[in-house]
Write a protein that binds this ligand. Structure first.
Ligand code: PEP
Ligand code: MN
Length: 362
């Protein structure tokens, strides 16, 4: 006979393999009623796979609500019983892991403030030895992919088989548009490092407000993320934590409805042929670009020789300004942004300086 726990495990397995995987629930569990009402209203939308709630809240400053603690776990367990939704909580210590497992939490996540600390990640990992449930790890607060990678490796080393990543953006001083800058190239690089590992976007903590949630969610879908984690609350304005970014379960359903879901692949022949042709053209152009860049550096080497023989400095500011101004003007005509031209020329310039430096100091 199958036990309830066994069937929940199977359900979690199905959810884990579902794309997109949608996780939602309050930033923090506050009261038994709040957890239950959020859960039932979310379940009613039919759009959520896993119910989240923070039980232990790592807060940047003291004096804020630091989570209801272990006493909130039975509330989540009841919400699971009533709605049939698997549940997930954030863990930061071995004790959190033990308590969560005691209440049959189906999936765990490691928060951004924990991922930055290898001691903490290792402690959580050690507590997970022999435990077979999915564990998601958020990016560290700072833009350090090695820390994120290290966290994943710590989990894998103790034998956690189902590891996933959550992109929640990166803190930076003076950042205004986003609470945490998405820096999309970083999660994309993680996708390259860990092919096949689920990558979930957390627009709530990237945005820090409600207005940007929709566009950030859409962007993550366009970048082929595997799912979304969104904070929902029955009374967002009066939430005990992260009030500005939470939305009601009904608003959450509306938002999901308005998203355009895209797939990485299709069987449509016309699309496949067109894409293959265009990619071939890109490969060809990339190849030419590399050849031209190589030629450009050879010329820089020659200039280096002349400068060396005549004791002239490598950097000549006027000349460089001239090149940049010309490039901006041409770039504009070609539809290339000033930001791109600046980055592109900075990279070329740096490589050129390195080449000349090698020549002049050899
Ligand atoms: C959270 O999910 O509520 C949370 C604390 O997020 P983060 O670790 O991304 O700050
Ligand atoms: Mn939160």
């Amino acid at each position: 006979m199958q036990t309830a726990t066994q069937s929940m495990k199977e359900l979690m397995q199905t959810k884990w393999n579902k794309r997109p995987l949608i996780i939602s629930g309050p930033c923090s569990a506050e009261t038994e009623e709040q957890v239950m009402e959020t859960a039932t209203r979310l379940a009613k939308t039919g759009k959520v796979d896993v119910l989240r709630a923070g039980i232990w809240k790592p807060r940047t400053k003291p004096g804020l609500f630091e989570g209801i603690g272990t006493k909130g776990l039975p509330w989540l367990a009841s919400a699971k019983k009533v709605t049939g939704l698997p549940i997930t909580v954030e863990v930061a210590t071995a004790k959190h892991v033990q308590d969560a497992l005691q209440f049959d939490v189906d999936m765990l996540w490691i928060g951004a403030r924990t991922t930055v600390n290898p001691f903490s990640v290792q402690e959580v990992a050690d507590a997970l030895r022999g435990v077979d449930i999915p564990v998601l790890i958020k990016n560290p607060i700072n833009a350090d992919l090695e820390l994120w990678t290290g966290g994943i490796e710590r989990l894998q080393k103790v034998g956690v088989k189902q590891v996933g990543m959550i992109h929640r953006g990166f803190a930076s001083y003076g950042n205004t548009e986003f609470r945490n800058a998405p820096m999309w190239h970083l999660p994309i690089e993680m996708k390259r490092r860990f092919p096949g590992m689920p990558l979930i976007c957390d627009p709530s903590h990237i945005c820090g407000n409600r207005t940007l949630l929709q566009s950030v969610s859409q962007k993550s879908i366009d970048l082929d993320f595997d799912g979304i984690m969104l904070e929902t609350h029955i009374d967002p304005d009066n939430a005990w934590s992260d009030a500005k970014q939470q939305i009601t379960p009904e608003k959450f359903a509306e938002m999901l409805d308005a998203l355009v879901w895209r797939h990485e692949n299709t069987d449509a022949k016309e699309f496949i042929t067109a894409l293959a042709t265009l990619r071939e053209q890109i490969n060809h152009l990339d190849d030419e670009l590399m050849t031209i860049l190589g030629q450009r550096m050879k010329i820089a080497d020659k200039i280096g020789e002349y400068k060396k023989n005549n004791d002239i400095t490598i950097l000549q500011t006027n000349r460089w300004n001239e090149i940049l101004e010309k490039a901006y003007a041409k770039g504009e005509k070609l539809g290339l942004s000033k930001e791109f031209i600046t980055k592109y020329y900075d990279a070329i310039h740096l490589e050129s300086i390195n080449h000349q430096n090698n020549i002049m100091n050899s």
